[in-house]
Design a protein around this ligand. Structure first.
Ligand SMILES: C[S@@+](CC[C@H](N)C(=O)[O-])C[C@H]1O[C@@H](n2cnc3c(N)ncnc32)[C@H](O)[C@@H]1O
Length: 216
């Protein structure tokens, strides 16, 4: 989880600083913690606009902690299910300008969708709604990083969490990025995505992560 949060922060910093992105749609926000998306983005560019989306009533109860925007930027919170892309896009459009690049962030959430939910179609719908030059950033629980322990991991996650977890191999995560051009270093273990330090690169995780750019 630590490596995944560090990945989130590095991705947002990269997108705001190097790629010049000023709009973020962060779906599957989680309970506010350190380095929330708007804090990282607005520390680079105070005018960043961030829409958070989650369907957990507990996250909703803590949403006030996410609505602490800089005066130049905006943060908004939307109580919605990832499967309801129509609602997400309609409400997000009240805060984000969909004629300008948006970073769609799906950090540690796609594993709650099984193949019958059509995660690939959901991501494609979200990416269809944003203009060229937009980004897709995601991380996903892996079935093939520590394959011998995957079955036990899934069993424990399913016991602890209210939704079942679908661990996926790297090839399936790569497929989610079909609609975009991958940024280097591609889909890697999250700690290996442009780590700031050697220690960060070595911190353990069981997550694949990557970032892609919607081509013109
Ligand atoms: C593992 S947490 C990840 C939180 C954060 N993105 C991170 O990486 O630290 C997954 C989040 O997705 C939310 N979530 C799960 N299923 C969802 C759904 N169908 N629609 C919207 N949010 C969902 C959960 O409530 C939870 O807050």
């Amino acid at each position: 989880m630590r490596a995944n949060r560090a990945f989130l922060a590095r991705v947002v910093r990269h997108l705001a600083r190097e790629a010049g992105v000023r709009q973020f749609l962060d779906i599957g926000t989680g309970i506010p913690t350190a380095n929330n998306t708007h804090e990282v983005a607005q520390s680079v560019a105070p005018d960043c606009r961030v829409v958070y989306v989650d369907n957990d009533p507990i996250v909703l109860a803590h949403a006030r902690a996410l609505l602490t925007s800089t005066p130049e930027g905006v943060t908004d919170y939307l109580d919605a299910d990832l499967r309801d892309t129509g609602k997400i896009l309609a409400r997000a459009a009240q805060t984000l300008d969909f004629s300008r690049p948006v970073a769609v962030m799906l950090i540690a959430i796609l594993h709650v969708l099984d193949d019958d939910d059509d995660p690939y179609g959901i991501v494609a719908t979200l990416m269809d709604a944003v203009p060229p030059g937009s980004y897709l950033a995601l991380s996903h629980a892996a079935s093939d990083i520590v394959p011998a322990q995957s079955a036990e991991l899934k069993k424990r996650l399913d016991r602890l969490m209210y939704q079942k977890s679908i661990l996926r191999p790297r090839a399936a995560v790569l497929r989610v990025f079909d609609c975009v051009e991958m940024l280097e270093p591609g889909v890697v273990r999250v700690q290996e995505w442009r780590p700031d330090t050697e220690a960060e690169a070595k911190s353990p995780s069981n997550m694949w992560g990557g970032v892609g750019r919607k081509p013109a």
